[in-house]
Design a binder for this molecule. Sequence first.
Ligand SMILES: [Zn+2]
Length: 88
Amino acid sequence: MESTTRARRVAHLCHAKRCDVRVPPKMLMCRKHWYMVPPDLRAAVWATYRPGQEIDKDPSAEYLAAALDAIDAVAERERQREGQREDH
Ligand SMILES: [Zn+2]
């Protein structure tokens, strides 16, 4: 169990649905989910990413749209392989 000091700041979690893996703020998702995003959407997310946006909390509308598309794409894929259980 994690106690006190460390990890006390607001944790940034993977944006995929039902995933609570902690990821660096500039990453949208954990590795596993990120690689479930179709390559063109991944490129769109990076193309619209602005360094520092995770610090000033002011991402562009384009980035948010791309991010949402990516999240949806992952959710879609997960639905398709519903049968598999979560590895946790
Ligand atoms: Zn994840």
